[in-house]
Design a protein around this ligand. Structure first.
Ligand SMILES: Nc1ncnc2c1ncn2[C@@H]1O[C@H](COP(=O)(O)OP(=O)(O)OP(=O)(O)O)[C@@H](O)[C@H]1O
Length: 665
């Protein structure tokens, strides 16, 4: 026996050890900061990949600029520039020396010789097939684009700058506004584009993740004789700003506004059209703003060079002449979206909570923040639609433990639950919607006409409605026909005057338009007509799915039915236009047919009329008063065959009924 009491051989021991289940690691409780959470789940804020991140960065900055200018009733002027930064330039910006690839096979986009041969053979086969098909007169499909570069390829970097004429930011608040996730000035109950206190910080987190470069903010407020400049990044783990430089600079030009600059990885090529689409739709829903959008490419301007020789006769002193034409082209983009109206929708107003929309947490917060002393004043002043007498009735209903004069801050947890239960069950008038600022039917119509140039358009602006105690207004426009509009439904969605471009399929507007509108009953052909459906929803709370603000779910009945109703109202207007148009077209067609027929038939009609007059004179037939004048002229030989003919083609409608009447008799 072994001294340690073990009879196992070393081998057996090893075997036994490998069979022993591994002890699970001890669970360690950890906390995550909001910044860490969003850095790890950036897709929920619209930063799914470099291309989408470039798009979302532009969006967030533009929307902040609009919110800021509108908050001081200033007609917005927003300049947005995306500057492409090549790898070398980027490296030199961060002080990194460029390095050529040495071990090519190490890279993700490396293609082995064999793979290259295979690809080229495949491409050659496809081209051969294409040539054969072309020779046989068959339809020729494009050969698939070369897939030589696979994998992630090289990153592209962009400096995004957004400058506005808004209200600017208080010097001391700037670090927290940009370096602390979930901090902002738009948390109140108000219709704003911004909502979460996240967008600008996400752009910074993405820049930190992709380039490591800080964000730069320049800002000045009204009557400030300095410009605030701040360069900062964010301490992700602590969710606090890490300020590199924060200083006041001279403001010689009395400039007011903000300029935000961030350098991020992106993908202009794949998201170019989305970004331009966004800008165009933003210009449509914000016609009182002026936007200047620029993309500055890093690639050298490319040139088409055409060369030709001019052959001069021998013995001339001039040598053969070389003519060279150079045409420059460029990837640069510069688009100015001009202001089309000076009329701005009214500034949305901050409102109080509707009693039916509050939860327990919110009641506790309102109590902590209120300056009111007793329960009666609290109910009456911290909510909309509770008058003094209604507050008294509510307190009476709460039971004997409650009284109007009781100190609101001394309410127990149970008493708060009772209040909450009652607020959820009691009946209150709906919120008025006065605090909202919809785009307006005029702007919507202007936008549709500008965007689609339709043959027909109808718009509708609904009255304020409510979901879960939040007021909302739905406006809609439906158009038929137009330039560059594809057949079928073309959906354009806006929420709090932000264009929504992604996740279309799940959105309440798309679903309603596709599934709940019986287009044919409005004489609209859903498959063949070119239909534009524009829906704009404004609210103090837009129920976006996710923080990316990309779509509104289809699960809120009140919103779904308001959207349906608004689209239907447009369709009803369109139907009467369509019917009128159809009728006019039919009439025109009939007239065309008649005018073709009448000159030939007029001789016969003339004879018949004459005969009729005689028959009428002998009282064998009677004719209507309408025809009397013409017939009497015929009978008195005051009208010749030629003038009748002329008259007939001028008054085709009248004579058509006469001709019919002749036929019948
Ligand atoms: N261009 C600007 N002009 C003035 N203030 C700005 C500007 N950009 C940002 N801010 C301020 O910084 C705050 C934070 O902006 P951020 O984009 O992070 O969140 P938000 O706009 O409040 O909400 P959301 O995440 O929904 O966009 C804003 O609430 C605003 O007060």
């Amino acid at each position: 026996m072994d001294g340690d009491g073990s009879s196992e051989s070393p081998i057996e021991t090893k075997k036994a050890k490998s069979k022993t289940p591994r002890k699970p690691k001890e669970t360690i409780l950890k906390q995550k900061s909001p910044a860490e959470f969003f850095a790890e789940n950036k897709n929920i804020a619209g930063f799914d990949n470099p291309g989408k991140s470039l798009y979302t960065t532009v969006r967030e900055l533009v929307e902040n600029s609009l919110d800021s200018a509108e908050s001081i009733s200033e007609l917005p002027v927003v300049e947005i520039t995306i500057e492409e930064i090549g790898k070398s330039k980027f490296n030199s910006m961060i002080g990194l020396v460029d390095r050529e690839r040495v071990d090519a096979a190490l890279y993700d986009d490396y293609e082995t010789e064999k793979a290259r041969e295979k690809r080229l053979a495949k491409e050659a086969r496809a081209q051969e097939m294409q040539a054969k098909n072309a020779a046989l007169g068959k339809k020729v499909k494009d050969t698939p684009a070369s897939k030589a570069i696979k994998g992630r390829g090289e990153a592209s970097f962009y400096r995004v700058t957004c400058k506005d004429n808004g209200k600017g930011m208080p010097h001391d608040d700037i670090p927290n506004m940009f370096g602390r996730v979930l901090s902002g000035t738009k948390y109140g109950l108000k219709q704003t584009r911004g909502k979460f206190g996240l967008g600008a910080k996400m752009a910074l987190i993405w820049s930190k993740m992709s380039t490591g470069l800080p964000i730069e903010i320049t800002s000045s407020m009204k009557n400030q004789n300095y410009v605030s400049f701040c360069r900062l990044d964010i301490d992700i783990h602590k969710n606090i700003p890490h300020v590199h430089l924060h200083e006041k600079r001279e403001n010689k030009e009395h400039w007011r506004g903000a300029e935000i600059q961030v350098v991020i990885e992106g993908n202009w090529t794949t998201y170019r059209s989305k970004i331009l689409h966004y800008m165009r739709q933003m210009a449509v829903i914000t016609p009182y703003a002026q936007f200047l959008f620029k993309f500055v490419s890093d690639a050298p301007e490319y040139a088409y060079v055409s060369i030709s020789f001019q052959l001069l006769p021998p013995k001339t002193t001039v040598h053969n002449h070389l003519i060279q034409t150079v045409l420059f082209g460029s990837k640069n983009v510069s688009i100015r979206f001009a202001r089309r109206t000076d009329v701005m929708p009214p500034i949305p107003m901050e409102t109080k909570h509707h009693p039916s929309s509050v939860d327990l947490l919110l009641i506790k917060r309102l109590i902590a923040e209120t300056s009111k002393q007793n329960l009666l004043q609290f109910l009456q002043h911290e909510f909309v639609n509770i008058s003094k007498s209604y507050a008294e009735r509510l307190i009476g209903e709460m039971g004997p433990d409650f009284g109007s004069k009781m100190t609101v801050k001394s309410l127990t947890s149970q008493q708060l639950v009772r209040i909450h239960q009652l607020l959820r069950q009691a009946k209150f008038d709906d919120p008025s919607g006065h605090c909202l600022s919809p785009a307006g039917e005029y702007n919507l119509r202007l936008g549709i006409i500008k965007e689609l140039h339709p043959d027909m358009v109808a718009t509708y602006s609904g009255s304020a409605q409510v979901f879960e105690g939040h007021p909302f207004i739905v406006e809609a426009g439906v158009s038929v026909g137009g330039k560059n509009v594809k057949q079928g439904l073309n959906i354009f969605r806006f929420a709090n005057r932000i264009p929504l471009l992604f996740e279309q399929g799940a959105d309440v507007v798309t679903r309603t338009a596709h599934k709940r509108i019986n287009w044919s009953s409005y004489k609209i052909n859903q498959m063949q007509d070119k239909i534009g459906v524009f829906v704009s929803i404004v609210s103090t709370k837009i129920p976006f799915k996710g923080t990316g603000k990309e779509y509104i779910g289809d699960d809120i009945t009140e919103i779904a039915s308001a959207v349906k109703y608004a689209i239907q109202q447009c369709c009803v207007q369109l139907k009467s236009k369509i019917v009128k148009k159809m009728h006019a077209r039919e009439q025109q067609e009939r007239k065309r047919n008649l005018s073709r027929y009448i000159p030939d038939a007029s001789g016969a009609v003339y004879n018949v009329l004459k005969e009729m007059t005689q028959l009428h004179a002998s009282k064998k037939i009677r004719y209507g008063d309408d025809d009397a004048e013409l017939l009497s002229k015929v009978s008195e030989n005051l009208i010749t065959k030629e003038t009748l003919c002329e008259k007939l083609s001028k008054h085709v409608e009248q004579v058509y009924s006469l001709a019919l009447c002749v036929k019948v008799s």
